[in-house]
Design a protein around this ligand. Structure first.
Ligand SMILES: [Zn+2]
Length: 412
């Protein structure tokens, strides 16, 4: 008698968790065009490839979650077939489907603009659909490639280009005032198993001479630069750390271009130790299946944070379990919300819906322990928006970061 069980508590918690504001600190824009079944299914997994003949990517936790949670948004019954879902989406038109699905997600976005941006809608369009501000996160490796391409276009000789590379790159970072943070995809460019010490000027010049001297890749018909030189990747990261703006790292699972063995967030431990006094926030993205390691690292280092955004829609009905594993060691003031949506507005809707469900599941045992509602609201709000506001100085009401000793906007 009088004992609150976890399931009783969850019923009450779910109602107010649904109302919490979400800030999505890592996502991409969506496709503006109508999508056929093949194109849609290729965006429904990380592989980018079709399922084997006769099989469907709707038969995944992500696909099942979509049939449960996105179907009603398009006026379809829960459990609708993949085929009928695609047909309804096409009948509504991509713009209407995108508008409906994005309306149920975050109200403020931090968008990674460094990947296939040309195929996706503009940030302005995305902002109109969500009805809130959209900020840019700039990819360091993409910016280095833009520097290389610009020097090449201007006909600067490779030796001169190598001499000026570090200054031009620093200038590019300084000029990118719209970026509220940076992202490194080092995990995709040889992996995170690097000596993460800051490279010296001579080392950077020699590396730039090697990379710029080799020239662009012409196989696709247009000259393409791809940064995979470990010294220049480290240089990009340290240059970004010097700006004080937060830096995100892809870790854990990704598409076929990533190598899982080289994306363990624990491989960044040396960098975390070397940057602890500098204090620039480091954000570990995705993390799965190393989310427990990431949670431990976030507890160890005051400037290290994490999300499991990409993971949540992919694990679908298991989202609560994975969030609970993340929070085994990660403090509540270190976990941020993201959807890592790319291409499909469904991923925005699922990211938000499943994050709220996962939070409800994780909070219920705390209610059972006797924590009152105001305390649960405070904890949940850290994850849904408060931590993002504290870490990213560029957001509305944001500010203190982990630098300095001043109290953050929201107490943790
Ligand atoms: Zn992403």
């Amino acid at each position: 008698v009088g004992v609150v069980t976890a399931s009783d508590a969850a019923a009450g918690i779910g109602a107010w968790v649904r109302e919490l504001e979400l800030i999505d600190h890592h996502c991409h824009a969506v496709m503006g065009a109508d999508l056929g079944r093949d194109a849609f299914e290729r965006l429904l997994g990380e592989s980018g490839r079709a399922a084997p003949a006769g099989c469907s990517m709707f038969d995944t936790n992500l696909g099942l979650a979509l049939r449960a949670w996105c179907a009603p948004v398009l006026d379809l019954p829960v459990g609708v077939s993949g085929e009928d879902y695609i047909e309804r989406r096409r009948a509504l038109g991509a713009a209407e489907a995108n508008a409906r699905l994005l309306a149920g997600g975050a109200r403020e976005l931090l968008v990674d603009t460094g990947y296939r941006s040309g195929e996706l809608v503009s940030l302005d369009q995305l902002g109109r659909w969500i009805g809130g501000p959209v900020h840019e996160i700039a990819r360091l490796e993409t910016m280095a490639e833009e520097v290389a391409a610009a020097l090449h276009r201007r006909g600067v000789a490779p030796t001169t280009a190598a001499d000026v590379y570090a200054d031009v790159f620093a200038g590019a970072l300084a000029e990118r005032k719209t970026a509220v943070g940076w992202k490194s995809v080092a995990a995709y460019r040889g992996g995170l198993a690097l000596d993460w010490s800051r490279p010296g000027p001579g080392e950077v010049r020699a590396a730039a001479a090697e990379w710029l001297g080799a020239g662009p890749d012409h196989r696709s018909g247009t000259p393409a630069w791809r940064l995979a030189h470990p010294v220049l990747i480290r240089h990009g990261v340290w240059s970004a750390l010097d700006t004080g703006r937060p830096i995100q790292f892809h870790t854990g699972f990704g598409d076929t271009d990533a190598r899982l063995a080289g994306s363990d967030p624990a491989l960044l431990s040396g960098l975390m130790a070397d940057t602890a006094d500098l204090g620039t926030p480091i954000l570990l993205l995705h993390c799965w299946p190393r989310h427990r390691e990431a949670g431990y690292l976030a507890q160890m280092w005051p400037h290290v944070h994490l999300d499991i955004g990409e993971t949540i829609p992919h694990v679908g009905a298991r989202a609560g379990a994975v969030l609970a594993e993340t929070l085994e060691l990660a403090p509540w003031h270190k976990v941020l919300y993201s959807s890592d949506a790319f291409g499909l507005a469904e991923l925005y809707h699922l990211g938000a819906t499943l994050q709220r469900r996962a939070l409800t599941a994780v909070l219920a045992p705390l209610a059972e322990m006797g924590l009152d509602r105001s305390e649960l609201v405070r904890l949940a709000t850290l994850v849904t928006s408060g931590n993002a506001r504290r870490v990213y100085p560029g957001l509305a009401g944001g500010g203190a970061g982990t630098r300095g000793t001043g109290p953050p906007a929201l107490t943790c």
